[in-house]
Design a protein around this ligand. Structure first.
Ligand code: ADP
Ligand code: MG
Length: 343
């Protein structure tokens, strides 16, 4: 019997670690390889940031409710976000597509209108890609190259005990947007074409269908002369991203549940669906907000920037990763593990 673990046993990150275990970095220019939001490459004066993302129809998006223009915009944003997560500036985008026979030129044109809008808004040039036919669904692979200011590139590693944990914007809205779209899709199918009810849910729908990356925050941090000690973007839910920062920084953390920012629109939608809003924030995903740490000395500077919430602090590793509940009790923070039940 083989002693190699199955993909399921390894999990996503275990699989990446396993597959890349024998690769040794050969170039001094490779400052950071696998393991962060983007690789950091040193080309003399310039520090280049590089990241890639793959989006598959049926896994990451459903063309039944995701308009092509929005999809193009979102796919680009997701990539830009990984460069902002390094405190960098996205500059050059490569777009690769797998296109099935069912596709029309008009649809792809709409997709590119979305990509173009994102490129215009975020100041990025489309510089290449690849196009092939696909047997099944629509496949989108995007690679983004960006630039970081020497000395100001921020990795996931670097957070130290007592430092403040900050998060931008609010969390969980994109997850609720998805729940709503999925509900209406099911109603549409079971009713044989009934009209979806989407009025009054603009905010959560927009966060799901047309997210933005936090270019503004990276700019404000620069202006305020704040260089976070660690940073990551929130694509898989707050708890899992906090755990990534803790692991990479070899530190523990204390997160205060009451401090986690959730928009009133998200709360309202979650309550309607009988979902704890905190589940959306902690386990949801696709927020594309930034999570970062700063020394306590930066407290006032951070407080002076609109749209940043301080949600906790780092601790020595032996104190573990803890979530402080409203009643003051603490439970262990696990990636995707929050279900509102006390230990
Ligand atoms: P993100 O969520 O920020 O896009 P991921 O969690 O997908 O990042 O990936 C974690 C790290 O593993 C990144 O550094 C990424 O480049 C790397 N990685 C992911 N898949 C592979 C792969 N198949 N081969 C090599 N490196 C990979
Ligand atoms: Mg990322």
């Amino acid at each position: 019997m083989s002693d190699i673990k199955t993909i399921e046993e390894l999990g996503e990150f275990g699989l990446i670690d396993y597959l890349t275990r024998n690769f040794v970095l050969q170039h001094l220019q490779t400052i950071k390889g696998i393991g962060d939001d983007a690789a950091i490459l040193d080309y003399g004066q310039k520090k280049v940031l590089a990241s890639t993302d793959l989006l598959l129809e049926g896994i990451h998006f459903n063309l039944m409710y995701c308009p092509m223009k929005h999809l193009g915009y979102k796919a680009a944003i997701v990539n830009f976000s990984d460069i902002y997560a390094m405190n960098g500036k996205p500059l050059h985008l490569l777009v690769s597509l797998g296109v099935s026979k069912k596709f029309k030129t008009e649809w792809l044109d709409e997709f590119y209108q979305g990509v173009q809008l994102a490129c215009e808004v975020y100041g990025v040039d489309l510089v290449g890609g690849d196009t092939t036919s696909s047997l099944t669904g629509f496949t989108i692979g995007m690679t983004i190259l960006g630039e970081g200011i020497p000395g100001k590139i921020v990795q996931r590693a670097g957070a130290k005990a007592n430092e403040l944990i900050c998060v931008t914007g609010d969390l969980g809205a994109a997850f609720m947007g998805l729940q709503l779209l999925e509900r209406e899709r099911r109603v549409f199918i079971s009713s044989g074409g009934g009209q979806p009810v989407l009025e009054g849910y603009d905010y959560v729908l927009e966060r799901q269908l047309k997210p933005e990356a936090r270019k503004d925050i990276v700019q404000k941090l620069l202006e305020a002369e704040i260089v976070p000690s660690s940073m990551i973007d929130i694509s898989d839910g707050l708890s899992s991203e906090v755990m990534h920062l803790c692991k990479a920084s070899a530190a523990g953390c204390r997160l205060y549940l009451d401090k986690v920012p959730i928009a009133p629109e998200t709360k309202k939608a979650a309550e309607e669906f009988g979902i704890d809003p905190m589940v959306c924030a902690l386990n949801g995903g696709e927020d594309y907000e930034l999570l970062f740490t700063v020394p306590v000395a930066d407290f006032e500077k951070v407080q002076g920037i609109e749209g940043i919430s301080i949600i906790g602090h780092m601790t020595p590793p032996e104190e573990g990763s803890r979530l402080v509940l409203s009643d003051g009790n603490t439970i262990e923070l696990t990636a995707g593990g929050w279900n509102g039940v006390k230990e």
